[in-house]
Design a protein around this ligand. Structure first.
Ligand code: PRP
Ligand code: URA
Length: 208
């Protein structure tokens, strides 16, 4: 069964409160969501396997370690783009794939329009990125596409989620662990997270 981790940290709680604020302008929103993603990365990458690596300091040779399994970051377009930079910065050897999905506003079902992934995806630890886990339809569909192309180690990292979205992903993909910065209460009648932060893509890209 999927493991759900809601990352609890004072810096994350503080920054999420600023992110939720309807008065937070686009530039600050982008900076905050990047900073939250960077803080979350510490927890999301905690189980990456290491291989021993000797290193020679100016004083002595010692046993060190390098990450054994390389990472593929897969932001779900478009809002996932808002958190991918933070992870690319801290894991510079990662490759980046993209899955393009939007939620049909009537049916709330995900519609795919783009998918381009690293060719060696089956050898990598995949981290799927999307700020919002609402019904969970988009994340579950994105993970379907990524698995169809050979990925076998996948984690999902979102900033805000609700129990319904967690349940959808956990039932469809019990092998995928889920990481959130906050678990909100519910969805409204339009499939928006409440209290949430509004439309993440619009707030990131100024298309309100
Ligand atoms: C948002 C969000 C997720 C999806 C979550 O994207 O970034 O991808 O909704 O909703 P779900 O869990 O109910 O599927 P949206 O469809 O608004 O597209 P955008 O990123 O292009 O704005
Ligand atoms: N997508 C968003 O951007 N926000 C929500 O609250 C739900 C889905």
């Amino acid at each position: 069964m999927s493991k759900l981790t809601v990352i609890s940290h004072p810096l994350i709680a503080h920054k999420i409160t600023m992110l939720r604020d309807e008065k937070t302008p686009v530039k600050e929103f982008r900076e905050l969501i990047n900073e939250i993603a960077l803080l979350m990365t510490y927890e999301v990458t905690k189980e990456l396997p290491l291989k021993p690596q000797k290193v020679k300091t100016p004083l002595a040779e010692t046993e060190g370690a390098f990450i054994e399994r390389q990472v593929a970051l897969v932001p779900i377009l478009r809002a996932g783009l808002g958190i991918v930079d933070a992870l690319m910065k801290i894991i510079p050897a990662s490759k980046v794939g993209h899955v393009g999905l939007y939620r049909d506003p009537e049916t709330l079902k995900p519609v795919e329009y783009y998918c381009k992934l690293p060719t060696d995806i089956e050898q990598r630890q995949v981290i799927v990125l999307d700020p919002m886990l609402a019904t969970g339809g988009s994340a579950a569909a994105a993970i379907d596409f990524i698995k169809q192309r050979g990925a076998n180690k996948i984690k999902l990292m979102c900033v805000l989620g609700v129990p319904e979205g967690v349940k959808t992903v956990a039932e469809a993909h019990p092998d995928v662990d889920i990481y959130l910065a906050a678990l909100d209460e519910k969805l409204n009648d339009h499939g928006y997270i409440v209290p949430g932060l509004g439309d993440a893509g619009d707030r990131l890209f100024g298309t309100l």
